[in-house]
Write a protein that binds this ligand. Sequence first.
Ligand code: RP5
Length: 166
Amino acid sequence: MTQVGVKVGIIMGSQSDWPTMKEAADMLDALGVAHEVRIVSAHRTPDRLWTYGKTAVERGLQVIIAGAGGAAHLPGMMASKTRVPVIGVPVQTRALSGVDSLYSILQMPRGFPVATMAIGAAGAANAGLMAAGILALQDPALADRLDQWRADLSASIPEEPDRNAV
Ligand code: RP5
């Protein structure tokens, strides 16, 4: 279903990717960025991938966050289908710890870039921040919220470690 005004699409290859990709959604929620969330698999639902990519521009999407694991072709295939910038999140896998996902997403051929994040939850959270940063270029209120979020994070870091922590 098309939602008016949604500029960020979060897509993932499987329901099993949600615990990771939720980090991106949570970050966007924290920054007040409307987004949609879909399961779009390069291998299991290729027609869905094609339609999503083909309609992304006309639907007003400005950033797509794509997470997948293993033979993680979703971000790259989406980048092939639309000029909307794609941020790739390598989901951590059990067999190869996500190195397979990372390489699958990172090694795009010249001409079709995917902005690849770190493996797993940190990468997904950073994808949300990256998407917000891109939108903030044209949205001063969002820019203020992002600046505040960054300042709050910096302020939360103690100058000295807790020596009793284990
Ligand atoms: C990929 O295969 C998905 O992105 C997921 O990370 C992985 C495993 O999917 P499931 O078998 O858990 O559905 O397409």
